[in-house]
Design a protein around this ligand. Structure first.
Ligand code: NDP
Length: 448
């Protein structure tokens, strides 16, 4: 084994020894570490400084109790987290997730991914993530408000416009950000740069709602174009029907492709005529309903229970936009069998490592989450810029910047892939390009 390889293995062993039960974090960290071999071989100073050991250990982990009262008068306690992972290139930045599956391992995996994702955007933002195992589904607006106020009562000690700037993620949309912002303001005064994804009447950025889904399509378009191919006329399978999925459907349709599925954790819709994103928006954003209702409104659509990744139908591009580990090895084999040539990830870590191996073996070109879904955090950083200058940019200005950033991310990943002769491994390319910037900053700042 080369020195570099054995160094990587020793860092992995240490993660395994310290946190044997953090399976999601291990999955994210090991995938990145394995792909850094070429750049570590090229930069012995990274190994000498033991940079990887610093990279995989969060600068700070905060865990706290969040008590709240439901409408029936009962008292409840949920568990809150904020992991401030790395501030080498800017203040901590990353979303908050509200979902029963949230635990320290999930928040660490998301925070770790955020370091290199934020670096890839080219903007000055460090990596963080937070969340809570509270389930907003089925709760009344006043229950969500009381929960958000309690959550922020503790979180506010640890965040600030130049320190740590949270945003949304699963279960955290405009309603939750509004309540969180109100609670922060009551305790600290009006500082509109402390959260992003805010409403447009109090410092939010135009195009932030659309950013992750639109950005996913800008990235996918760049990847497809680089192969001399086009999105026009392509059939696309999308999972999820939340924020990312909805705007991915819209942009894919606008770019001339046809999206044939959307889903939620209960089942999926198949519409061979193409999913109508206006209907998805009405059901999910206005009525807060379930995706099965789509089939009651659109004659050409069918609803089925189960995972969309077990549904056997021909298509060209897969865009997973629901959650982590939604595609296993067998489902990846079905993606290959169904003829897909590209998979780009809107969700964070939707593919198990052995599914990614299947993509590679089947010549499916793979755009990893940290590159393909960076549009959300990129526009969040643009929201911070607008808040600092106390100005609001037009939708077109933000959308154009987003498009440039996503194309630049693809180009950086492609350049690293070419430099190290990785044969269109855009996952390793993204990891290396993101890492090199963070590593340079960490080395310059010394052992801190
Ligand atoms: P939303 O809460 O708006 O939507 C999540 C969607 O995924 C829903 O359709 C939900 O269905 C589905 N889903 C959640 N858990 C599961 C599960 N276990 N199995 C199947 N489906 C599931 O979240 P977002 O759209 O904001 O986020 C989706 C993904 O994109 C996440 O991985 C997130 O980290 C990532 N992401 C989001 C960004 C953003 O700007 N919002 C930025 C970058 C990444 P159901 O309603 O049944 O739970």
């Amino acid at each position: 084994m080369s020195n570099v390889k054995s160094y990587i293995e020793s860092v992995k062993d240490e993660i395994q020894r310290r946190d044997p039960d953090q399976t999601e974090f291990q999955e994210a960290a090991f995938t990145v570490l394995d792909s850094l071999e070429p750049t570590l071989a090229d930069h012995p100073e990274y190994v000498e400084a033991n940079l990887l050991a610093q990279l995989v250990e969060p600068e700070r982990v905060i865990q706290f109790r969040v008590p709240w009262q439901s409408d029936d008068g009962k008292f409840h306690v949920n568990r809150g987290f904020r992991v401030q992972f790395n501030s080498a290139i800017g203040p901590y930045k990353g979303g908050l997730r509200l979902h029963p599956s949230v635990n320290l391992s999930v928040v660490k995996f998301l925070g770790f991914e955020q370091i290199l994702k934020n670096s890839l955007t080219g903007l000055p933002i460090g990596g963080a993530k937070g969340g809570n195992d509270f389930d907003p589904k089925g709760k009344s607006d006043s229950e969500v408000m009381r929960f958000c106020q309690s959550f922020m009562t503790e979180l506010q000690r640890h965040i600030g416009p130049d320190l740590d700037v949270p945003a949304g993620d699963i279960g955290v949309g405009a309603r939750e950000i509004g309540y969180l912002f109100g609670a922060y303001k009551r305790l600290n005064g009006y500082q509109n740069g402390v959260l992003t994804g805010k409403g447009l009447t109090f410092g939010g950025s135009l195009a932030r709602t659309e950013a992750t889904g639109f950005g996913l399509l800008y990235y996918t378009n760049a990847l497809v174009k680089a192969q001399g191919d086009t999105l026009t006329g392509k059939r696309i399978k999308i999972s999820g029907s939340g924020n990312v999925a909805t705007y991915a459907v819209q942009k894919a349709t606008e770019l001339g492709a046809k999206v044939v599925t959307v889903s939620d954790s209960n089942g999926y819709i198949y519409d061979p005529k193409g999913i109508d994103y206006q209907v998805v928006k009405q059901i999910k954003e206005v009525e807060r309903g379930r995706i099965r209702e789509y089939a009651d409104r659109v004659a050409s659509a069918e609803y089925h229970g189960g995972s969309v990744w077990d549904f056997d139908v021909d298509y060209d591009i897969a865009l997973p936009c629901a959650t982590q580990n939604e595609i296993n090895k067998d489902q990846a084999k079905l993606i290959a069998k169904d003829g897909a040539k590209y998979i780009c990830e809107g969700a964070n870590m939707p593919s198990y490592p052995d599914a990614i191996a299947v993509y590679r073996d089947s010549n499916i070109l793979y755009g990893p989450a940290k590159a393909a879904n960076a549009g959300g955090v990129a526009v969040s950083a643009l929201e911070m810029s607008q808040n600092s200058e106390r100005l609001s940019w037009s939708f077109e200005t933000v959308d154009n910047r987003l498009q440039d950033i996503m194309e630049d991310i693809f180009e950086k990943s492609q350049a690293a892939d070419k430099k190290y002769h990785l044969d269109r491994d855009y996952q390793a390319g993204a990891n290396i390009a993101g890492f090199e910037k963070v590593a340079t900053a960490m080395l310059a700042q010394g052992l801190v």
